[in-house]
Design a protein around this ligand. Structure first.
Ligand SMILES: NC(=O)c1ccc[n+]([C@@H]2O[C@H](COP(=O)([O-])OP(=O)(O)OC[C@H]3O[C@@H](n4cnc5c(N)ncnc54)[C@H](OP(=O)(O)O)[C@@H]3O)[C@@H](O)[C@H]2O)c1
Length: 357
């Protein structure tokens, strides 16, 4: 049976360590988790079963592997040291028999976006970022529709537009948006991202280094590696839709509570074909997964065992290719969710009433 492995790591140190080690998670204070995470070796978390392609009937299996670094630790350590533990996790995947390895969250962000890691492993590697981008765009279009926002008339902001996912998301959305607002930290990279968007879609493209400028936008996708809590409540326009792809989240629960006139939702969740069992609670509800995990699974269904979505400059053609494969094999956009809850019609109606009266 073709198989894959996917690497995850703690995003919320106390919560995520408790999921694997209830006692340790309870007794260790957060600073101690950050400290010890440096010395903890990679470990196999679970065996994934039950995923089945709708197109071919092919069944696949996989493994979740933990690289026990916290975000804070990964950002502080030299990339070389972080690579070493991720590569060790890759070797574990090889021993388990995986034919492809997916890099979750910050394990695909550190350094050169998976290129060095892939070079040091015998099996191919993907960051999963192309399908994450495709799913985020799809979910954003759906959210805009639900909030009666006409994308062609709207200002669409991408926070983190100079990043791997943000860059290609901006190119995709620019094809239908009224005007694009790209936000990043570094002016030169922002200008390069702007040139790429104009080359793909033309049109009106504004650039800014101020996250607060999202108050100009009816539609926002935030996809940064800021490490969480980047967006403040006063930045958001009444009635806006905000797709938060970042993990840890750029938009905190407190912001969502403070702005109950804004549709804030998790970007990147899809339903997996078959009766999947991930064997470990890593965050999403049992039958759903993140776009990056789904990309690794879709490549396995397709039998495409080559590097994919590596580096910081993703191609639109690659996004369209993995989107088509994932759709063919039966991955479907999940209902919009916000902080672990499904956003049903009634919630959306209440939001609209608060926003527009
Ligand atoms: N939900 C999912 O399924 C899923 C899947 C994969 C990844 N992710 C998440 O998506 C996010 C982005 O991933 P990526 O691979 O695109 O990362 P990336 O290539 O490293 O890009 C990150 C972007 O964030 C920007 N940034 C960082 N700190 C910032 C700050 N304080 N203010 C404004 N911008 C800031 C960076 O700007 P500079 O260029 O100036 O550094 C860069 O543009 C991560 O949070 C990751 O965990 C989610």
């Amino acid at each position: 049976m073709d198989s894959f492995a996917f690497i995850i790591h703690p995003l919320d140190p106390k919560r995520d360590v408790t999921r694997k080690y209830p006692l340790l998670g309870k007794v260790l204070p957060e600073p101690a988790i950050h400290f010890f995470s440096r010395f903890w070796p990679p470990l196999r978390l679970s065996h994934i079963t039950g995923a089945r392609s709708e197109a071919t009937g092919k069944e696949i299996e996989g493994w979740l592997i933990a690289v026990p670094y916290t975000v804070q630790r990964m950002l502080a350590l030299p990339p070389r040291e972080v690579y070493r533990k991720i590569v060790a996790a890759g070797h574990l995947a090889e021993q388990l028999g995986a034919k492809i390895l997916g890099l979750g969250a910050y394990t695909s962000i550190v350094g050169d976006g998976g290129v060095t890691i892939a070079r040091e492993l015998a099996i191919p590697v993907t960051s999963g970022d192309s399908y994450t981008a495709a799913v985020a765009v799809r979910a954003t279009r759906e959210a805009a529709r639900l909030m009666d926002i006409e994308l062609a008339q709207a200002t669409v902001a991408v926070v983190g537009a100079t990043g791997a996912i943000g860059g290609v998301v901006a190119q995709q959305l620019a094809l239908t948006a009224g005007r694009m607002l790209l936000i990043g930290r570094r002016r030169a990279r922002l200008e390069a991202a702007g040139r790429q968007v104009r080359a793909v879609a033309g049109g009106d493209v504004l650039l800014s280094t101020e996250v607060g400028d999202i108050r100009e936008a009816e539609v926002v996708i935030t996809v940064t590696s800021a490490g969480g809590n980047l967006v403040r409540p006063e930045y958001l326009r009444c009635g806006a839709v905000v797709c938060d792809v970042s993990r840890p989240r750029d938009v905190s629960r407190q912001v969502a509570q403070a702005r109950d006139d804004v549709l804030i939702f998790d970007g990147g969740l899809v339903r997996v074909p078959g009766v999947v069992d991930f064997g470990f609670d890593y965050g999403p509800p049992p039958e759903l997964t993140f776009g990056c995990v789904a990309e690794t699974m879709a490549l396995t269904f397709e039998g495409y065992f080559e590097d994919f979505s590596l580096g910081k400059n993703l191609q639109l053609a690659q996004v369209e290719m993995i989107d088509a494969w994932a759709t063919k094999h039966g991955f479907r956009l999940a209902a919009l969710r916000s902080f672990e809850h499904e956003l049903d019609e009634q919630v959306i109606q209440q939001l609209k009433t608060r926003a527009y009266g």
